[in-house]
Design a protein around this ligand. Structure first.
Ligand code: FE2
Length: 391
């Protein structure tokens, strides 16, 4: 991984020397040689090293490079529509040199990036993620389905030890991040649910996927999106304290059942606080994710207050995912009905501006959703209902 970071620093150096020196200036040649050496090392480790630039975040293959968070070159590259660069073995130093020259031209608007740019190099592919996907590449967009098993591990740990490992949570988040940013541009892969399988981990993954998409739609910083995604992933971890018979009860819930259910936000927050300081924001969102905008809902607050903005975002993502998922006690709801529930709750249950953004995202980015089932894709068949069970 350090070599990937080193390569990015060498890349920045090589690009800047092009702007400063001309022709065969030693500084230029030296920077290119250093870059080529580092690339050779990367190619020894991996047949197809790739870098994806998402705002101020750099993803190497499918792992974000934390050392480069907030890195200016990443922002500049992604703003120049260079969202990904991939290398293959056999590249020569001349090809790399020409590529760096071109990169400099694209970044200074002296050359336009178009579909034809892809054919210029034999061992380098670069451009917008969607362009690269259109021109080839595999279809492993449902990798996340396997990652839902890892999310299941979070629930197992929470049940067994009353806490969750930071590394496991990060790994699941990295998988989500990778699946959304190394596949088609801004793809929103919704993991399908399976009859008889535990719903909680899949719902956790999907809520986190939605949080990433929503954060992107609102143009939040990558670090903010990751924070919200983590809160979304972990908000219902306290469900491990609710007996399965109650969680999946098909009929009406009785008051005793509700007593259990109403405790799960507190259970989630306790597990997260026990798991480390890094989960403080996630703990707040977990505690508040069933609160209305005026502070009503559950858990009951002695002094009702408006939930934190992150809690409100998690709630909206959770509500959408709950309604679009076929659950043992409720069918999936059509998209039109979900939008109506959100709009009718704006101002009372949900922040109106968040509802506006969220419903706009559902409308504008509908084509980016990759759904493994029919959830949320049905026709609008009737008025919004208040009786939808949200746990
Ligand atoms: Fe919940």
């Amino acid at each position: 991984m350090n070599q990937a970071v080193q390569f990015m620093h060498s890349l920045a150096q090589a690009i800047s020397t092009i702007g400063l020196y001309s022709g065969e200036h030693p500084a230029r040649v030296g920077a290119l040689e250093k870059l080529y050496e580092t690339l050779a090392e990367l190619l020894e480790e991996n047949e197809r090293p790739s870098f994806t630039f998402f705002g101020d975040e750099v993803v190497y293959i499918d792992s974000p490079l934390r050392e480069l968070k907030g890195w200016a070159l990443s922002v500049r590259l992604s703003e120049s529509s260079i969202e990904r660069i991939e290398f293959t073995p056999g590249i020569s130093i001349e090809e790399l040199g020409t590529f760096i020259g071109d990169l400099h031209l694209y970044m200074t608007d002296k050359k336009e990036l178009d579909d034809g740019s892809l054919d210029t190099f034999s061992h380098i592919r670069f451009g917008s993620v969607s362009l690269l996907e259109r021109s080839g590449g595999g279809d492993d967009r449902f990798d996340l389905y396997e990652q839902a098993e890892m999310a299941g591990g979070l629930f197992i740990e929470a049940k067994k030890n009353g806490r969750i490992p930071v590394a496991l949570s990060r790994s699941v988040l990295d998988s989500i991040w990778g699946a959304m940013h190394t596949e088609e541009a801004f793809v929103i892969p919704i993991v399908p649910t399976e009859e008889g399988k535990d719903l909680a981990p899949v719902r956790a993954m999907n809520t986190a996927v939605l949080a990433v998409a929503f954060g992107r739609f609102m143009n939040l910083k990558a670090s903010e999106i990751r924070m919200i995604a983590e809160a979304a992933l972990l908000h219902d971890i306290g469900k491990v304290a609710i007996p399965d018979e109650i969680l999946n009860k098909p009929g009406k819930l009785d008051p005793a059942d509700w007593e259990y259910i109403k405790k799960h936000p507190i259970a989630s927050a306790k597990i997260l606080l026990r798991s480390g300081e890094k989960f403080e924001m996630a703990a707040v969102a977990a505690y508040e994710h069933h609160l209305e905008l005026d502070g009503s809902g559950y858990p009951e607050l002695i002094y009702p207050r408006k939930p934190h903005r992150v809690s409100q975002v998690v709630r909206l993502c959770d509500v959408y995912d709950a309604m679009r998922t076929k659950r043992p006690y409720e069918p999936e709801q059509p998209l039109g009905k979900i939008m109506e529930v959100m709009r009718s709750g704006a101002g009372r249950k949900f922040s109106p501006d968040l509802v506006d953004h969220f419903t706009s995202m559902l409308r504008d980015w509908d084509a980016k959703f990759v759904r493994g089932d029919t959830g949320g894709a049905g026709e609008d068949t009737g008025p919004a209902t208040e009786s939808i069970r949200l746990i």
